[in-house]
Design a protein around this ligand. Structure first.
Ligand code: UAG
Ligand code: ATP
Ligand code: API
Ligand code: MG
Length: 499
């Protein structure tokens, strides 16, 4: 691509551009640069990418985008390397990536989903519904990235802008019309997604998480809000959430078209006369284009909210009422979300990805609703993540479950025992008798299973679909579901205790 097209929209402070050749790639990681590429130097949280300019040039970079000129040596210039000084390299990376791949999202219907909990679940539901109608999709999120049937590994919830650009352009090449993506608050704050053309935005909810990254809850909210000003066909906002309600009224005041969703209030899309059962729910779904009693095969109110978001997006995209209601009956369960681990015992084991206070509270409530016996919870909190949520989760689990085993999630660089101490801070003396501490997650699950009697439920929370555990110096295989099978002896003996 010619430089003039590549730099369109970039806020340039200073430059030296003499290259006439096409740029071959856009990269912010020097290790991935190829000959003739453009390296974007970003001051990161761990290291400063400007320190890798030399490395990028040695690997073939010919153009350097930077926001700190002092790192651009005279030597580089003497060797024919060009530069563009910008005021914000992360923002420039998003614009360059979008230009480099020919603004692919302008050729797609793009639905972005944000909120603390429910992004992956809502994205999966919407994806199922659109696929059921025979339409191909792209899906980007925490579990995996998918372009039609082709699956790509996902390492973050929302990839970097140049990776997004590459995947969106592959979708355009494959004549796929719909893309559904989870939009994390990190990606909004770090400008990974701000150059994309969104059609519809969905807001699930906003509760405690990520306060290690955002300075305050209001900052966290402000980042999430950005998505809803980038859409062209409207937004779908859960107004039963306090922040959702604020957002909805703010959007309305600013003339941004949005549908509200609610179980409790008057809204554009409402679920009424709800009947919940162990494996799903039925309710009257009232929308601007149809009202109908529907059944879904995912349990608990949380999924009614996720479904209303998906339905709202389809209405905003002009899908027909019959297509929407028909596809609703076909949604599938989401991996690692309220996933029942089949076993031959007479008790229930559920693996769920609840790793925030709100999610933990909601899934314990769902488990209690359908359990005749006791409900036990095994959970921990991730290391190098929001520390404030730990005691809150301790309080929620110990107040709501019949017994709790506090264990490790992904400790990362932190001492697992200190993470457990933070969780225990939230457990009052009166509840301490029902809490066990076991830092080894395998043993914690085993101890939880040992406590199970007929008709009890064990909820293993926090890691859901994850198949690994991140320890200080290594990542090991660890899949809560497989661990359960191993402990129950329902797999080959050889596979036992490989963790
Ligand atoms: C806050 C955040 O997004 N951090 C990610 C980010 O770090 P960073 O931009 O600060 O990068 P850095 O590692 O300090 O390096 C600075 C620059 O030097 C470059 N570099 C570095 C080394 C080198 O040899 N050459 C080189 O060019 C890097 O490519 C980078 O551009 O880029 C790193 C890779 O370069 C990521 O590993 C890192 O993700 C960390 C692991 C992470 O966990 N991010 C999470 C918190 C995250 O983003 N999560 C959200 C989901 C949250 C939710 O659930 O809502 C997500 O969207 O997934
Ligand atoms: N609408 C909802 N409201 C509250 N909790 C929910 C909702 N939907 C799902 N959950 C809970 O949150 C957990 C995580 O759900 P999901 O993976 O869909 O969220 P996410 O927003 O994608 O999370 P992440 O930010 O980690 O990617 C689920 O396992 C469940 O416990
Ligand atoms: N997207 C979330 C996932 C947390 C999952 C939990 N298992 C953990 O490792 O803390 C995060 O990166 O904060
Ligand atoms: Mg997710």
């Amino acid at each position: 691509m010619k430089l003039i097209q590549l730099l369109k929209g970039v806020n340039i402070i200073d430059k030296k551009i003499e290259i006439t050749n096409d740029i071959t790639c856009i990269e912010n990681n020097s290790k991935k640069i190829i000959k003739g590429g453009c390296f974007v130097a970003i001051k990161g949280y761990k290291v400063d990418g400007h320190l890798y300019i030399k490395n990028a040039i040695e690997r073939g970079a010919r153009l350097i985008i930077l926001d700190n000129k002092k790192y651009f040596d005279q030597d580089f210039e003497n060797n024919g390397i060009n530069y563009v000084l910008v005021d914000d390299s992360r923002e420039a990376l998003a614009i360059l990536s979008n230009n480099f791949y020919g603004n692919p999202t302008s050729k797609l219907k793009l639905i972005g989903i944000t909120g603390t909990n429910g992004k992956t679940s809502s994205a999966s539901i919407l994806n199922n519904m659109i696929n059921y109608l025979g339409l191909k999709t792209g899906l980007f999120g925490t579990i995996e990235n998918k372009i039609d049937d082709k699956v790509y590994k996902s390492s973050v919830t929302t990839p970097e802008s140049h990776e997004l650009g590459r995947m969106f352009s592959e979708m355009v090449d494959k004549k796929i019309n719909y893309a559904i993506m989870e939009v994390s608050s990190h990606s909004l704050a770090l400008n990974r997604v701000n150059a994309l053309d969104y059609n519809v935005g969905i807001f699930t909810n906003l509760t405690e998480d990520h306060l290690d990254f955002h300075n305050s809850f209001e900052d966290y909210f402000s980042e999430k809000k950005k998505l809803f000003y980038l859409t062209t066909d409207g937004n779908v906002i859960n107004i039963d959430d306090e922040y959702g309600e604020r957002l909805y009224f703010e959007l309305r005041e600013n003339g941004v078209k949005s549908f509200s969703t609610s179980i409790n209030k008057k809204a554009d899309i409402m679920a009424q006369n709800i009947e919940l059962n162990e494996s799903g729910s039925s309710f009257d779904l009232i929308t601007p284009i149809f009202s109908k009693r529907v059944n879904i095969n995912l349990p608990g109110n949380i999924y009614i909210y996720n479904v209303m978001g998906a339905v709202g997006a389809m209405i905003a995209l002009d899908f027909k009422a019959d297509d929407i209601t028909e596809s609703l009956s076909r949604i599938k369960s989401v991996r690692g979300r309220l996933e029942r681990v089949e076993n031959k015992q007479n008790f229930n084991i559920i693996v769920d990805y609840a790793h925030t206070p709100d999610a933990l509270e909601k899934v314990i409530e769902i488990a209690k609703e359908f359990t005749k016996g006791k409900v036990g919870v095994v959970f921990g909190c991730g290391g190098d993540r929001d520390k404030f949520k730990r005691p809150i989760m301790g309080t929620i689990a110990s107040e709501n479950a019949d017994f709790v085993i506090v264990t490790s999630d992904n400790p990362r660089s932190e001492n697992p025992l200190l993470i457990i101490d933070d969780i225990v801070e939230g457990i009052t003396d009166i509840n301490k008798s029902k809490v066990l501490l076991e830092p080894d997650r395998f043993l914690a699950i085993k101890k939880g299973i040992d406590k199970m009697d007929l008709n009890d439920t064990l909820l293993i929370a926090g890691k859901g679909h994850e198949t690994y555990q991140i320890l200080n110096d290594k990542t090991i295989d660890f899949d809560d579901r497989e661990v359960v099978h191993n402990i129950l002896g329902e797999v080959k003996k050889d596979d036992c205790r490989k963790y």
